[in-house]
Design a protein. Structure first.
Length: 136
């Protein structure tokens, strides 16, 4: 298989599979830890306006979704990439980091969660996913 094709496939597969993991965990959130009364989780404005009602437990699954989605996506990218596997895993991490920055801009949240999420859930998880995949 052509190296360029394999590397492009690695990024696409990493983003798609990581996104599925992320989205799946986010969809589980409301069933496991109900949001405060009156919050419409399908409306970004409702979440933003009521974020002050959230307690730390409400941020656990979103953090895990971001971290595990990135980890799995980076793992997949590192497994598929033809060479420079760590670099392709980190591309996934930076892609998801951009999503995290967008989420912070749109929804906000407490400073401790924003810092934890942006510092730990993306690039370090991409590096870890690459290491689990067996990169050097």
């Amino acid at each position: 298989m052509d190296t360029t094709f394999k590397n492009v496939l690695a990024v696409i597969a990493g983003v798609v599979i990581g996104g599925i993991v992320n989205g799946g965990l986010i969809n589980l959130t409301d069933g496991l830890i109900p949001v405060p009364e009156g919050v419409d989780v399908n409306d970004v404005n409702s979440i933003r306006e009521n974020i002050h009602l959230y307690s730390p437990k409400h941020f656990l699954l979103p953090f895990l979704a971001h971290a595990l989605g990135t980890l799995v996506g980076a793992f997949v990218a590192a497994k598929i990439a033809a060479k420079n596997k760590l670099n392709y895993a980190l591309v996934i991490g930076f892609f998801f980091l951009l999503g995290g920055i967008t989420m912070v801009y749109m929804v906000g949240g407490p400073a401790w969660f924003i810092a934890l999420d942006l510092i730990v859930a993306y690039v370090p998880m991409a590096w870890l996913g690459a290491k689990i995949a067996g990169t050097n």
